[in-house]
Design a protein around this ligand. Structure first.
Ligand code: ADE
Ligand code: ZN
Length: 333
C-alpha cells in the first residue's frame, strides 16, 4: 500500500471541525435562495474568489457572513449531512464537531432550531452511514463573558446532546482568562472542555487554557513549540493538540506546508492529531489534510498510522471503541 492508499484506508476521527466551516458555496446558494436571503456574490466562482484570506480575522468576517443564511432546522440538518457525506468518503468514522450557537442566536434563530437540525443529522449519520459523532458548542471569544454565560444557560436543557464546550473566534486580545469563570461553571455542569489556543495567539494562551480552563484538549496549539517548558508539560500530560494543517497554511500561520511543525511535534512525543477546521474555506477535508502533510513532510506509514491512532485516543469515545479502531489501524499492512 502506498501513502495515498494508506491514508484512504485508515479509519480516522475528526476532533476539530466547525460545522459552519463546512458550508460549501453550492449549498450556501441553495439555502440562501430558498430562504430568500441576499448574499453578496453572484456565483459560486465569486464566492471562491472571496476566499483569499491572509489571517484569522479576514477569514472569520467571511465565515460569519456565510452562516447568516442558516435559519431553519432543515438548514442545519443539510449543512451537517453534507459534512457527514464527506466523512464517509474520507473514512472518518467518528467526528466531534463544533458549532457556534451565538452566531445563530444573535440573529434570532433559536438554540433549539440549531441543535435539533444538527442532532437529526448526527442520528442519520449513525444509522445510515455508521458514523458516530459528538457535538461541542463553542463560545465566541470576541463576545463578552456575560454573553457566554447566557449561552451556557441556553445549552443546559440540551446537556445530554452536547458533550463539551469550546472557545473559538478571534484569538489575539481575547485570552482564555477572559472566560475562566464560565468554563468553571461548564465543568461543574459536566461538560468536557476544549479551547482554541496557540493558533495565532502566544504560548501564554495555551498555559491559560491548561491552568485556568482545565482543558481536555487544545485546539491548534502549534505555537506551543516556541516555549520549551510548555512542550514538556504537553508531552508529560499527553495533552492532545488538534492540528489543522491546511487551515494553518491558508491563514498564514505557516508560510509553506514544508515548514509545518506537525511532524516535529509528533517526533518529540506531543499527542498531535490531524483535522480540517473549516474545510470548505481552507481547501480540503480530512484526507486532503493528511495528503498535504504526507507529501510536504514525507511522512512514513508508521507516522500516518500514529496520527490516526492519536485521533481516537484523543477523542471522547469510550475505551472499547478506542481499542476497536486502534486494532483496525494496526492490522493495516
Ligand atoms: N472559528 C472557525 N474556525 C476558527 C479557527 N480556525 N480559529 C478560531 N475560530 C474559528
Ligand atoms: Zn478551529
Amino acid at each position: 500500500m502506498n501513502q495515498l492508499e494508506l491514508i484512504r484506508a485508515l479509519p480516522k476521527a475528526e476532533l476539530h471541525v466547525h460545522i459552519e466551516g463546512t458550508f460549501e458555496p453550492e449549498l450556501m446558494f441553495a439555502i440562501a435562495q430558498r430562504n430568500h436571503i441576499d448574499i453578496p456574490y453572484k456565483s459560486v466562482e465569486e464566492v471562491k474568489q472571496a476566499y483569499n484570506f491572509h489571517n484569522l480575522q479576514s477569514f472569520l468576517d467571511i465565515y460569519y457572513a456565510g452562516a447568516n443564511v442558516l435559519v431553519y432546522e432543515q438548514d442545519f440538518y443539510d449543512l451537517a449531512w453534507a459534512y457527514f457525506e464527506k466523512c464517509a468518503e474520507d473514512h472518518v468514522v467518528h467526528t466531534e464537531m463544533f458549532f457556534d450557537p451565538q452566531t445563530h442566536t444573535d440573529r434570532g434563530v433559536a438554540f433549539k432550531t440549531v441543535i435539533d437540525g444538527l442532532q437529526r443529522a448526527c442520528d442519520d449519520a449513525k444509522s445510515k452511514l455508521g458514523i458516530s459523532s459528538h457535538l461541542i458548542m463553542c463560545f465566541l471569544r470576541h463576545l463578552s463573558e456575560e454573553a457566554a454565560f447566557e449561552t451556557l444557560a441556553q445549552a443546559l436543557p440540551y446537556k445530554e446532546q452536547i458533550i463539551g464546550v469550546g472557545l473559538d473566534s478571534s484569538e489575539v486580545g481575547h485570552p482564555p482568562s477572559k472566560f475562566e469563570r464560565v468554563f468553571a461553571k461548564a465543568r461543574e455542569a459536566g461538560f468536557l472542555i476544549v479551547a482554541h489556543a496557540g493558533e495565532e495567539g502566544p504560548p501564554e494562551y495555551v498555559w491559560e487554557a491548561l491552568d485556568l480552563l482545565k482543558v481536555n484538549r487544545i485546539d491548534h496549539g502549534v505555537r506551543s513549540e516556541e516555549d520549551e517548558a510548555l512542550m514538556q508539560r504537553l508531552i508529560a500530560e499527553k495533552m492532545p493538540l488538534t492540528v489543522c494543517p491546511l487551515s494553518n497554511l491558508k491563514l498564514c500561520v505557516v508560510e509553506d506546508m514544508a515548514d509545518h511543525n506537525i511532524r516535529r511535534l509528533l517526533q518529540q512525543g506531543v499527542h498531535v492529531t490531524v483535522n480540517s477546521d473549516d474545510p470548505s474555506y481552507f481547501g480540503g477535508y480530512m484526507n486532503d489534510n493528511f495528503i498535504a502533510i504526507s507529501e510536504a513532510l514525507d511522512l512514513t506509514a508508521d507516522e500516518l498510522k500514529q496520527l490516526a491512532i492519536n485521533s481516537f485516543e484523543a477523542s471522547f469515545i469510550d475505551d472499547t471503541q478506542k481499542n476497536h479502531w486502534k486494532n483496525q489501524i494496526l492490522a493495516l499492512a
